[in-house]
Design a protein around this ligand. Sequence first.
Ligand code: ADP
Ligand code: MG
Length: 649
Amino acid sequence: MSNKIRILYIDDYELDRELVKDALEKEHMGFKVTEASNRQEFEALLKTSEFDAVLSDFNIAGFEGLQVLEAVRAHNPKIPVIIVTGTGSEEIAVKAMQQGASDYVIKRPKHILKLPQTILAAIEKKTLREQRKLAKEMLQYSEKQYRSLFNSIRDAILVVDTNRQIIDCNPAFIDLFGYSKKKILGKQTIIIYENKEEFRRMGSAIKDHMGDPGFLYPVRYQKENGSVFLGETNVFYMRDDEDTIVGFIGLIRDITERKRVEKEHEKLQEKLQQAQKMESVGRLAGGVAHDYNNALTTIMGYTELALMDADPKGPLHDDLNQILKAGRRATDITRQLLAFARKQTIAPVVLDLNETVESMLKMLRRLIGEDIDLVWMPGKDLGNVKMDPSQIDQILANLCVNARDAIEGVGKITIEMKKIFFDEDYCADHTGFIPGEFVLLAVSDNGCGMDKEILNNIFEPFFTTKPVDKGTGLGLSTVFGIVKQNNGFINVYSEPGKGTSIKIYLPQHEDETVEILKENTAKIPQGQGETILMVEDDLSILKLAEKMLKGLNYTVLIAGTPKGGIRLAKDHTGEIHLLVTDVIMPEMNGLELSKQLKLLYPDLKCIFMSGYTANAIAHHGVLDEGVHFVQKPFAKKDLASIVRKVLEE
Ligand code: ADP
Ligand code: MG
């Protein structure tokens, strides 16, 4: 039967073989014995058949028991070998056992009887040992795997006991913290935290998550060199077979860089959103500005003309003045929108800001009223900036109005100028600052100040804390737009109840200043009968400007289209001194028209009017030097003075 225990028995003494064979095969003991009487037979059988155990005599002619042991081990180490020896050779048997024999039996009937048990025990022992060996190998293998994972993983790993003493750590931990392994093993983990508080925080987190397999926790750690970093820590509980917690494993990752990148990303996202918002407000403003400003020009222009006819003491005069006032406010709003969207046409010139601001003080004092002191602190050796003076005007007016609104009753507003230089180091520590030479324009007040919530929103277009009829929420966003357009930056300091200081840094400009024509408020300059060709597709404005210019003693030719204007110029026999033209018109734009007309009248001077610049005459909103421009809506005075200025150039 195949499930008998198969024995290979080598012995050169036949009688012995029979004795053993009988003992094993009788009475259905369950053994099958195959005999070999010499080395050749033995080796052949070992190779061709399968056996569960080998019995071997110790003294075989030409083949020692030890050699049998060796042959079996070489063939299959799982097969146990039992030595059968004659009486009185126990010494030899012991030697055999030392060499790896499983057991020995003495050839005496009494002992032979125990042979079956001996064999079974040997087989069992061998199997057990093999199993144990295998298990041990497997354990060693998996330990080795873990160890190599432990050593090669890039996260720092720390193993601690329940007293939070360090049992083990991996090379990544050493790299991250800087401690040598020798220095850190056995220490309390408190030395790796930024402070006691962090150590304690981690301790309570460990307690709180006791029921979980592990948890993720941010902690501030400290390296051996004292530097501190934010770590994201994965804590796992180590449990024994009884499920008792015996320690903790921490996987620590330095997330400083990740946090920095995330923050940067957020900032960029915010900037992008802000840019998109500006873009859409700009498009909206640009879209309506043209028609809107044409309408405003007409409203205000005719109001002005009507005012001249009205009795200054009558009620009509007052009503018309109200219309004019509302018109100015409306003008201001579109101007703010365009400025905020950086779609405002600007004519930058090199300015001494001390002078520019000084010339505005009178207007600003009027703006803020009598209860508030305006303190003016000009700067020393300020240097120049290159900017459109009307933008300085806009900035100061907006900031002073805000300061005025923040002051209840009496108070003080300070305008201060200073020259200032930021180096790279300073800017690295101060976000938003740009290295270089700047002129600082600071407007401070001792008004109500702002809390964080408001501060975070002040540059938002349409953000206001004021009642509907008082605030538009465009003041500071306009200032922001202007400062950006001029490559400067803004810083705001404010505290509730203490006051506010808004600091504007404008890049210094090397060139010399130019003389700015101070607005002549005294008199509206009159014409001397010069001929002006006026081209404008908005008929109400055309009529208005005609009426204004005629009233100023000019000869006026008008055309509603560029082609009409060219025809008129061809048919005209006398001189044409000046072209005043709209910029955006069907057929051709104002610039193109002026070029064609110059072929007929080479000395022709030009003024462009627009409520909104397309880039037809300006490059990204900036006018070429020597190009004259009047912004719609314009008052009679504006038109009169620019016409006079250009004609007399
Ligand atoms: P508006 O003045 O139309 O409300 P702004 O853009 O000029 O719009 O200002 C936005 C908001 O910022 C104001 O409503 C106010 O809450 C706050 N603010 C601006 N300047 C000051 C200041 N100097 N002091 C206190 N709060 C201010
Ligand atoms: Mg404001």
